[in-house]
Design a protein around this ligand. Structure first.
Ligand code: TXA
Ligand code: MG
Length: 419
């Protein structure tokens, strides 16, 4: 249960050592990769450093931060009033032990009671981390880079996602740079994040236990832990549910989060919803409202569909052979999450004679929901970068798997949901 820093040469270790020193000495946070998304880290025991996170992200300190530990030894030391070495007392609540056993290190955050006051000499959680709550969220990331950094820093790291507030979470170092250039001094580049959506946040201190945020570990997997976890409930609300199933959500109700600059239109039911006819209708509306002429499509089902095909509705997407590798880090170990195909979107005869055309950016994330999660935030960012005015997204069926996390983020990003 103690993380050993892997044996590696100085070249690999030097940036980590530098980042750890920075975390100990500076009040400017350090961005680092985890298996979910990039985090913006600071020593969780130093108030000035934690305040630096909020300053860099440009958001008010009303949202509690997740505390990242490298191993159970670090967590137990932090929770316990007494030394735990050689004793059988475990300060980690029993309810969490099966979860920790199965999912740590990994994309699961658990709520823990704030440790009781310690001796003056001992370091405690900075109050800015918990935003006044009696509990704190804690996780052990799977990324060896992240855990080595925490170990070298010698303190738990408080870290929110390393995006500017309201933007999609960053899944590459380039995304962090795009948002926080000039606000931070150091980004550890670990390539693109494997999971691509944030950790699942659970509260096991209440009965039944609840999921506060769907994420990398599914409700299905939590239930599999048995005991009280068999009855775990959802304690988050998605806007599609609150708005009533058949009423399309009114634009303007937008809860700004995970938002690219482009307007996001989500087709809840997935499955071929992006029939050419829908696209054609939508495009005509756009042109009428002068909203712009670059239309993007994120497909989660079959792909490519439109490119180069003439369809019954007369819509043609010509493949202009411009493809963009969505993985800007160029890391050979992480396969590109998607490519963007660019084409010219031509409409039926009538519209064509009135001169209406538009640029089409066509992204396929794949049919495997894990691949969709992995590429989702990067795709939203890439389409922004390429100047999309509107992004049509196909939903995935919202089951008890990671699809719940994908749909939760998409509903927050969308200003328009069609069922
Ligand atoms: O995957 C992740 O969790 C990423 C990486 C960097 O670890 N971090 C992340 O942090 O997503 P952030 O700050 O963007 O989201 C933290 C979430 C929020 O939904 C917050 O409300 C919840 O965790 N949270 C943290 N502490 C909490 C507490 N004591 N009670 C209730 N919710 C809490
Ligand atoms: Mg976040």
């Amino acid at each position: 249960s103690t993380w050993e820093v892997p044996n590696s040469n100085g070249d690999t270790m030097a940036p980590l050592v530098e980042a750890a020193t920075h975390l100990r000495e500076s009040d400017i946070p350090v961005a680092f990769p985890t298996e979910t998304v990039y985090g913006l880290g600071a020593d969780a025991t130093r108030s000035a450093a934690v305040k630096g996170i909020y300053a860099a992200k440009g958001r008010p300190s009303d949202n509690p931060l997740i505390v990242h530990v490298c191993d159970l030894t670090m967590l137990r030391r932090f929770l316990s009033t007494t030394t735990v070495d050689g004793e059988d007392y475990d300060p980690i609540p029993a309810i969490y032990r099966p979860l920790i056993k199965r999912f740590w290190p990994g994309p699961l955050t658990i709520l823990l009671p704030l440790p009781p006051p310690k001796e003056e000499s001992e370091r405690r959680l900075a109050p800015e981390v918990t935003a006044g709550l009696e509990t704190f969220g804690c996780r052990m990331p799977a990324s060896p880079l992240a855990r080595t950094l925490i170990k070298l820093a010698g303190a738990p790291l408080a870290a929110p996602s390393a995006n500017a507030s309201t933007k999609p979470s960053p899944t590459t170092a380039q995304h962090v740079l795009d948002d926080l250039d000039g606000r931070i001094e150091l980004i550890l580049d670990g390539g693109s994040c494997q999971v691509g959506v944030e950790s699942t946040v659970v509260d096991g201190l209440c009965d039944p236990p609840v999921v506060l945020r769907p994420g990398g570990i599914s409700i299905e997997e939590l239930r599999g832990c048995g005991g009280r976890w068999e009855n775990v409930e959802k304690a988050y609300k998605d806007q599609a549910e609150t708005g009533g199933k058949n009423a399309p959500r009114a634009p303007g109700m937008k809860y700004k989060h995970y938002s690219p600059k482009a307007r996001v239109v989500l087709y809840e039911s997935g499955q071929g919803i992006l029939a050419e006819n829908d696209l054609r209708q939508a495009l005509l509306q756009l042109v009428e409202k002068k909203e712009g002429k670059t239309v993007a499509v994120i497909r989660t089902m079959k792909w490519p569909v439109a490119a180069g095909l003439k369809t019954s509705s007369g819509l043609v997407a010509q493949d202009s052979s411009t493809t963009t590798n969505g993985n800007s880090s160029g890391d050979a170990q992480s396969p590109p999450p998607f490519i963007v195909r660019e084409g010219l979107l031509l409409l039926g005869h009538r519209e064509r004679s009135s001169g209406i055309t538009a640029r089409l950016l066509d992204v396929g994330l794949g049919q495997d929901v894990k691949a969709v999660a992995h590429g989702l935030f990067a795709a939203l960012r890439e389409l922004d970068r390429q100047g999309a005015d509107v992004i049509f997204v196909e939903g995935v069926s919202d089951g008890d798997d990671i699809a719940a996390a994908v749909m939760n983020r998409l509903r927050k990003a969308a200003s328009d949901i069609r069922v």
